[in-house]
Design a protein. Structure first.
Ligand code: ZN
Length: 237
């Protein structure tokens, strides 16, 4: 299958794009030449939305990488009439994606407030979690919430840039997430920087400034085994 151009990687705020169907998988998934739909990965779910073309409109319920990891497959709700060569408009469910961008960026801040190794994480619609390798308990929900909101209030710019795999290997301290390998490909790695606060490899979608996150709250802290604490946060505004 042909590689899909990942428009979301250069502009997380692109809500729609024109595209052409380049393949339909045996499962009925639709591969486009380019897309604004984020494909499931790094703890962030695949985008939902619609594909609208001459043969009508179809709802997309999930977006995943193809087996080749280069093509992106849009999974339709039911059978769809789209065929190879069809032109269409791919349109995100923007409200849902934007909530995920806000939570995703807030999780970067959580990894600063709790500077411990991250062993896992997940992003939902308006909430999310990180799992930390922390030997001692004693984490305080209110204190973590206050620290998170103080970082958000700094309204720090969030920027992305690429470095080579060799540069990353020379700076192993950049990798906080033990469970999720940094997104490598073609010898380069994408770094996400929250100005003055955080710098780490990440392939996900983020807001442009921390102020866009709005208020968040720590909703739960669970013990997951002797050395692990799961911290859940949610958008509170
Ligand atoms: Zn990220």
């Amino acid at each position: 299958m042909a590689a899909t151009a990942l428009l979301f990687r250069d502009d997380a705020y692109a809500r729609e794009c024109d595209a052409t169907v380049v393949a339909v998988t045996p499962e009925g998934g639709i591969v486009l030449d380019r897309t604004v739909f984020y494909a499931q990965g790094g703890g962030q779910p695949g985008d939902v939305g619609t594909l609208a073309g001459g043969n009508g409109e179809v709802a997309i319920t999930n977006t995943v990488y193809g087996a080749d990891r280069a093509s992106i497959v849009h999974m339709p709700a039911g059978v769809c009439a789209l065929q190879v060569g069809d032109g269409l408009t791919a349109r995100l469910d923007w409200n849902r994606r934007y909530a995920r961008m806000r939570i995703h960026t807030a999780l970067h801040l959580l990894s600063v407030v709790l500077p411990f190794p991250v062993t896992g994480g997940a992003i939902g619609d308006g909430d999310g979690r990180l799992d930390f390798d922390i030997p001692e308990a004693g984490l305080d929900k209110g204190e973590i919430t206050d620290k998170l909101n103080a970082l958000i209030a700094r309204d720090a710019p969030v920027t992305e840039r690429w470095i080579t795999d060799a540069e990353l290997d020379a700076n192993p301290g950049l990798v906080k997430t033990m469970a999720v390998k940094p997104p490598r490909g073609a010898g380069r790695v994408r770094l996400v920087e929250i100005d003055g606060i955080d710098l780490q490899p990440c392939g996900g979608t983020h807001v442009r400034r921390t102020g866009e996150i709005g208020h968040v709250a720590v909703t739960d802290i669970e013990k997951k085994g002797k050395q692990n604490r799961r911290v859940r946060i949610a958008l509170a505004s």
